[in-house]
Design a protein around this ligand. Structure first.
Ligand code: HEC
Length: 327
């Protein structure tokens, strides 16, 4: 018994020492014990001292006990025994108090009069642990109500929105720093004047030979009208520039000459040419291209009179306004 106790004390001391060292030595994300292996040596020393102390204490006790007269020995043993019995007494008492159950011997006091075919009922009190927990929920509810419904605490919806806004900002930041991570599926129309300018100089340097300064077309098709051979919109245009046109037509793949960010810039510049209607523009080739994913706010519905409405698409196509005859 004695040896188990000192064994436990030594282990407990070692664990305490370990956590104190971890807490007090700043080692960033890493465990201090991994970052500074010398801690192993310190712990080993402390463990050694603890064992030595325990051994010395036990030896002293044995010597002192040996020096007592028989009567005192008996008294000492009795006191030891009592101490052993009362160990954890406080916890044991509290534990049974919290259960709140009557001991079996006194159940007689709380049995109810009624006899249900031989089955009788005990009128036990609610266990205190349960009652206290119930009170705690009431207090919690009041605090919650005041904080979130009377004062303006951030509720789940607001927390969600804050996190989304933060994530969006991070994504923006990431995109800004990693402009070349785009491809035809993720590219987005650039609208910054600096990007359009850069796109224009790329266009002038590489594309005008076949598409003309104005984009009106020469060897290559007209880039300013609503008709596209390979599809309009930023994603298709990016794809055409990156992968080239149909074989043998003359539009090469530019992805070895231009970085993805540059292809996005020149594609965005090409988008700005739309509708400029240059005088020397080539005849349309291909099909009218309508963006299926165009945001709805590009579409304007005008009521002309009670039988006619006019739908205007502000972006594309500019060819015809769609007219719909109402009832
Ligand atoms: C050597 C001539 C030539 C050069 C240089 C050239 N293109 Fe083209 N481009 C063409 C031809 C030809 C086509 C038609 C391809 C087809 O029909 O498949 C075309 C098609 C396109 C299309 C698709 C048009 C449609 O109707 O779908 C886009 C967009 C385009 N080019 C952009 C560019 C850009 C941007 C550059 C410069 C980086 C460039 N081109 C350089 C000849 C050229």
């Amino acid at each position: 018994m004695k040896t188990t106790a000192s064994f436990l004390r030594v282990i407990g001391f070692a664990i305490l020492a370990f956590f104190l060292l971890e807490l007090t030595i700043g080692s960033g994300e890493q465990w201090a014990i991994i970052k500074y292996p010398i801690i192993w040596a310190v712990l080993a020393m402390l463990l050694f001292f603890a064992i030595a102390l325990e051994t010395i204490a036990a030896a002293l006790q044995r010597i002192l006990f040996g020096g007592l007269n028989p009567e005192a020995k008996e008294r000492y043993l009795a006191a030891e025994k009592l101490r052993e019995q009362n160990r954890f007494g406080w916890f044991k008492r509290k534990y049974s108090e919290m259960l709140g159950a009557k001991p079996v011997e006194t159940e007689q006091e709380i049995v109810l009069d009624h006899n249900y075919d031989g089955i009788r009922e005990l009128d036990n009190k609610l266990p205190p642990w349960w009652v206290y927990m119930f009170y705690a929920t009431i207090i919690f509810a009041v605090v919650y109500l005041v904080r979130y419904h009377i004062f303006d605490g951030t509720d789940q919806r607001e927390e969600y929105e804050i996190e989304i806004a933060q994530a969006k900002a991070e994504v923006e930041e990431y995109k800004k720093n990693n402009k070349d991570l785009i491809d035809a599926n993720t590219v987005e129309l650039l609208t910054d004047a600096s990007d359009i300018e850069a796109g224009k100089s790329i266009f002038v340097a590489n594309c005008v030979a076949c598409h003309k300064d104005s984009g009106g077309g020469g060897i290559g098709p007209n880039l300013t009208d609503d008709y596209w051979i390979l599809g309009g919109g930023i994603k298709n245009i990016f794809h055409t520039i990156s992968e080239g046109g149909r074989a043998g037509k003359g539009m090469i793949s530019w992805k070895t000459d231009l970085k993805p960010s540059e292809m996005a810039q020149v594609a965005s510049y090409v988008m700005t040419l739309h509708g400029t209607n240059p005088v020397d523009g080539k005849e349309p080739e291909g099909e009218v291209w309508v963006d299926e994913n165009a945001p709805v706010d590009n579409v304007e519905v005008k009521v002309i009179d009670s039988t006619t409405i006019k739908i205007e698409m502000n972006n594309e196509p500019v060819v015809d306004d769609l007219r719909a005859e109402g009832k």
